[in-house]
Design a protein around this ligand. Structure first.
Ligand SMILES: N[C@@H](CCC[C@H](N)C(=O)O)C(=O)O
Length: 297
C-alpha cells in the first residue's frame, strides 16, 4: 500500500460516504480497512465507502467498460458489499465531475447492479462542484411475493418486499417514532426471510404522493437517507395507492422525505425509476497509511 492515500468525504441527503479514488484499482481495501475508515470515532466516518475505479481495471466491472468508464465499487460501513447505492451513485458522479473526469449532462456509471444513467444538472455558477441536483436512472423495481412481518417491541406490521438491485422491506406505520431506536436490525417473521440481510424502511404519509421514511440499512444501521430505499418506498406506496404507471401509461411521482432531506422519485410507464436529489462533496484529504495498516492488525 502506498504511504499516501487520497480521500474525499461527501453526502447525498446526509447519507455520507468516504470516497477513495483509485483509477487503476491499486489500493487493497479489505472489509476491515473499509470498516476502519467508516468508523465515526476512530476513522473518517461514513455510512459507506465509494471506491472509484476504472471499469476496465476491476474484475467485477470489466464487462461494463464499453458502456461506462467508471465503476462504483460500493461498500457498506461494516465492510460488506452491496449491489447498489442510490445516494452513492449521485455522490460518485459529483466526485467525477469535481475531478474533471466528466462534465455536466449525461454520464454512465457501472455498479454491481448494472450500468446506471446519471444526469448532472447544470449549476448556477457553472462550476457544479458542490451544489445542484443529480438524477439517476435506477432501473425497475421487482416486487417478490411472500408475506413478511416486521416487529419493533410489541408492535408489528406487514412489510412489502421490493428489490431495487438490493433488497428492501417496506412497512407503513402510523408514526415514525414507532420504529424505535433502530440500533439493531428489527426482527422479521419468518425469521429466515432474509438470509442475506435486508434494508428496512418504516414509512408514514405526509400528503398526496408524499411520504416520509426512516431506514435501517443492512451493513450500516440507521442512516439519514437511503436512495434505493426511497425508490422502494415510492413503488410500494404507489401500488398501495392503486397507481401503476406500467398499466396507466402515466408517470407517477412521489416526494420522499428522509431525515437528511428530500428525494423525488418518478416511475415511468416503462417501469424505469428516476431518483433526483442533491450530492455534495464536503472535504478532501489524505489517509495516513500507517494508521490504516495498524487498524488492520
Ligand atoms: N444507502 C444506499 C444503500 C446502500 C446499500 C445497502 N446498505 C445494502 O446493503 O443493500 C442507498 O442510498 O441506496
Amino acid at each position: 500500500m502506498s504511504t499516501r492515500i487520497a480521500f474525499l468525504k461527501g453526502h447525498g441527503t446526509e447519507n455520507d460516504f468516504v470516497i477513495v479514488p483509485d483509477p487503476e484499482n491499486a489500493i487493497d481495501l479489505p472489509p476491515a480497512a473499509v470498516a476502519a475508515l467508516c468508523d465515526r470515532r476512530a476513522g473518517i466516518g461514513g455510512d459507506g465507502l465509494l471506491h472509484v475505479v476504472r471499469s476496465a481495471a476491476h474484475p467485477e466491472a470489466r464487462h461494463m467498460a464499453g458502456e461506462a468508464e467508471w465503476f462504483m465499487d460500493y461498500r457498506n460501513g461494516d465492510g460488506s458489499l452491496a449491489e447498489m447505492c442510490g445516494n452513492g451513485v449521485r455522490v460518485f458522479a459529483r466526485y467525477l465531475q469535481r475531478a474533471g473526469h466528466v462534465t455536466e449532462g449525461d454520464i454512465a456509471v457501472a455498479t454491481r447492479g448494472g450500468v446506471k444513467s446519471v444526469h448532472i444538472a447544470k449549476t448556477a455558477s457553472g462550476s457544479g462542484s458542490a451544489t445542484g441536483d443529480i438524477t439517476v436512472g435506477m432501473g425497475s423495481a421487482l416486487l417478490p411475493e411472500g408475506d413478511v412481518t416486521v416487529s419493533v417491541g410489541a408492535r408489528s406490521w406487514p412489510a412489502r418486499n421490493v428489490n431495487m438491485g438490493n433488497p428492501h422491506a417496506v412497512a407503513f406505520v402510523d408514526d415514525l417514532a414507532h420504529a424505535g431506536d433502530l440500533y439493531t436490525p428489527p426482527p422479521f417473521s419468518p425469521a429466515d426471510a432474509y438470509p442475506d440481510g435486508v434494508n428496512v424502511e418504516f414509512v408514514v404519509d405526509r400528503g398526496p404522493r408524499h411520504v416520509a421514511l426512516r431506514v435501517h440499512e443492512r451493513g450500516a444501521g440507521e442512516t439519514r437517507s437511503c436512495g434505493t430505499g426511497a425508490c422502494a418506498v415510492a413503488v410500494a406506496a404507489a401500488r398501495r395507492d392503486g397507481a401503476d404507471p406500467r398499466v396507466t401509461g402515466t408517470p407517477v411521482t412521489y416526494t420522499v422525505d428522509v431525515p437528511g432531506g428530500t428525494l423525488v422519485i418518478t416511475e415511468r410507464p416503462d417501469g424505469e425509476i428516476e431518483m433526483t436529489g442533491p450530492a455534495v462533496i464536503v472535504a478532501e484529504g489524505e489517509i495516513d497509511a500507517e494508521w490504516l495498516e495498524n487498524a488492520l492488525r
